[in-house]
Each structure stands twice: as C-alpha cells, then as structure tokens.
Design a protein around this ligand. Sequence first.
Ligand SMILES: Cc1cc2nc3c(=O)[nH]c(=O)nc-3n(C[C@H](O)[C@H](O)[C@H](O)COP(=O)(O)OP(=O)(O)OC[C@H]3O[C@@H](n4cnc5c(N)ncnc54)[C@H](O)[C@@H]3O)c2cc1C
Length: 440
Amino acid sequence: MSRTDYDIVVVGGGLGGAAFAVVMAKAGARVLVVERETHFQDRIRGEFMEPWGVAETRRLGIYDAIRSAANDNPFWQLYLSGMKLDRRDIVATTPHNSPNLAIYHLMLQELVLAEAAKAGAEVRRGAKVCEVKPGNPPAVAIESKGRVEELSPRLVVGADGRSSMARKWCGFATKREPDRYYIAGLLFEQMSAPEDTAIGAYNPTIGQVGFLFPQGDGRVRAYDVYPIDADFRLQGENSTDRFVAEALNSGVPPEYYKSARASGPLASFISADHWVESPYRDGVVLIGDAASASDPIFGQGLSLTCRDVRVLTDFLRENQDWAEACRAYAQAHDQYFTILREADNCLREILVDRGPEADARRARALPRVAQGIAQMPDQGFCGPDKPFDEGRIAAAYSATISADGRSRPGRFPKSATTRSTSCRRWNSFRYIWFNRTTTQ
Ligand SMILES: Cc1cc2nc3c(=O)[nH]c(=O)nc-3n(C[C@H](O)[C@H](O)[C@H](O)COP(=O)(O)OP(=O)(O)OC[C@H]3O[C@@H](n4cnc5c(N)ncnc54)[C@H](O)[C@@H]3O)c2cc1C
C-alpha cells in the first residue's frame, strides 16, 4: 500500500526528476516520483554529456550507476567547412579532467530511476500527473488506472521536460529565442567511426551541422542540424537516406556512414532555447528542461539538468525553509542559464549562422579559431563557472572595459551569488569578439 504523506511529489522520472529523488530520498525526505511511461522509449533526446555535467553526476552520486552503460568520448573532432581541425583531448584541456560520456538516453533514464527507488523514493510508473496547483501547500492530482488521487505535499517539483504541463498549469511565463534551426536525431548501428571521438562537422555556408556521438560497439547517436527555412524536413524512416546525405553535406566523413544501419525513430525538433525566469512559485519548483530547455545544438541539456538538481538539493538540504531554498535556487538558475545561453549564441553566430553579417564575424573570429579550438568560447565543455581569465582566450578576448577605458582581463566569479557580474563580463567578451576590426 502506498503512502500519501509525502514531503515532495516529483512530476516526471527523467534524468532531472529521478536524480532529484535520489538525493532527497537519501537525505531522508519522503519522495514520490510520478512517471507516465511504464517503459522508456527512444524519444530522441540527449545522449552526449559534457565533462562539467559528468562532474555534476559524481556530486549527485549517480555517476557509478550510469557509467556502466556509457562510453567515454575523450576526444572531440571538429570539422569546419570541410576542413579537419586538430583533434582535441577533452580530458587534458578541461577543468574537470573528465571525458564526455555518450549514453543511450532511455538507458540513462532507467538507471537513474532505479537509483531513486534504491535510495528510498516511491516510484509510480504508468501514472500521470494531470494537474498541479501552486499554494501553501501546493496540490497535485495523479491519474492512474482510471482513478485520480489528490495530494498536498510540501513541495512539487516539475521535472516533466521541454513541453512541461506543470509549467503551464502553474502560470510560469515561457521565454524563447527565435526559431532558427531544426535538430534531427537518429541512432545507427555498425558505424565505423572511432569509438573514442565525438564529431561535430559545421558547414556555415548552408547553416548545417552533423554530429556523431559513439556509444561503443558500433552504435552511434547522430544528429543533423538544418535551418528552419530548408526545403526538406527530416522526419520518419523515409527520411533516413536524406539524413545521411545532409550529414555528409555538413562535412561528416562519408566513410563513417558507409556500413552504418539506422536503428530507431527519426524526428526533427525546433532547437530554440525556451525557459522561464525564476523557476519557483508557491510550493512549485521547475528543474531540467521544464525550467530551461537549452538549444540541443550545443548539447548542454543533460549537464544543465544535473546542475539544477545539484543546486536545488544543496539549498533544500541546507535550509529548513524550503520556500527560501527554492528562491535561492531560482536566482542561481537564472544566472548560470543566462551564461550558457549567451555562450551558445556566441558559438552559433561563429559556427552555424549563414549570411553576409555572419560571414564578416567569422572572418574576424576564424583566424583565431584556426590557431586551435582552445580559442573558442568553452562553456560547452567547461560549464558556466569557467573563468575567462585562464588561458589564451582570456588574454585575447575576455577583456572588460574599465572606467579609464582600458581593457583588462575578465574574470568569472567563483560563487553563484556574484554571477550576474559574470553575465556583464560575458557581454563585454561578445562585444570584443564580434566588433573588433583588427586582431590583437
Ligand atoms: C533532439 C534533442 C537532442 C538533444 N541532445 C542533447 C545532447 O546531446 N546532450 C545534452 O546534454 N542534452 C541534449 N538534449 C537535451 C536533453 O535531452 C534534456 O535536457 C534532458 O533530457 C532533460 O531531462 P529532464 O529530466 O528535464 O526531461 P525529460 O528527459 O524530458 O524527462 C521528463 C519525464 O517526465 C515524464 N512526464 C512528462 N509529463 C508527465 C506527466 N504529466 N506525468 C508523469 N510524467 C510525465 C516524461 O515521460 C519523461 O520521462 C537534447 C534534446 C533534444 C530534443
């Protein structure tokens, strides 16, 4: 018989909801996770976790559980307009000294949700949350086998993904970047790409990108990015040949696809970031994609979801006043998400966008990028805490303008409380990157 006196009800048992339940159940909270799927399916989601996200999984205590099903991608190979750049050693050149992890998403979900149950959370699968009402306490209605049950926990956590209904029911306003690109995903077996190297092939002439994320034993998650005004749409199994053709147009080496066999669904998604500002109100807090679905072109979503869980659970465990804890999380979330969004926009403008303005920006930026990929904004691999004053990026680009009008190296603050300053510095960085007409 299940209990009804929960401290926390979590809407959604994806990575965010399940990881949150692991930490809070271990801390002694009575947690219920409601997940509508009885068996997870391939929804074409994130399968490439960057080193800063891997570091977050260690802090959350879920790393060992997912590691067993993941493949290390310690190298990153960038192709730009058909040109092969230096292969980057991600372990040696990022602060967390960790490889990227490639993992089949539904396996990731199963493993973390199993950890939540092991930690003492109650997990109800095949049950659906059909309403959430903010309040003191908040209310949540759960539908299962034709019966609706109403609960009033201390806290409701909306972890129900990019189309979150918890977000809508509770009246959170959603902001979004303009729709610019689609991202399509398809799983391949028997691909002959190197198993230790993630590949990103960017072709800004046509505004397209092809990614390969090897999961081991010839299995590779591939994504194609293409503009919203393209005269094709990659959708359904009839588009498989076109998917491969567009990957090659982006610059993915054809030999990798030669013996590959498509396996699983093919679908396209609009990639634009969408997010809420201050993802907490009256007993309801949003995490993961429900709070901010970051543009998948830059593969930050899994890491950001783990960051949300870590920051929120840190505050909840430190502070008996959960409303105050959730407000502190919401404030921190706004700050680190803004940094990631700005960094992603910067990379998009350099590597993906088409047109004369984008070409002019590239003409200024690419001579530096050609010196090595360490010259790129690096939040993707390093996370939102990456100090800009470390390394050559700082020396070359990351300058802030002081009161006397002279530039000096920018510095990212270390604590979450001062991150709004880092946003201002990041904007200075963008200004300098894009608007300088002479190279230093
Ligand atoms: C095409 C694409 C490619 C991506 N690639 C990458 C990548 O390479 N790297 C990366 O880091 N990120 C990537 N992402 C983003 C990443 O997948 C997400 O950020 C991550 O999955 C978010 O996890 P989540 O737990 O917040 O949401 P989800 O994974 O969406 O989980 C939400 C869960 O809630 C459940 N649910 C929803 N509504 C209800 C309800 N009413 N009642 C009960 N349960 C409910 C769902 O069944 C689901 O299990 C990609 C996203 C897309 C769309």
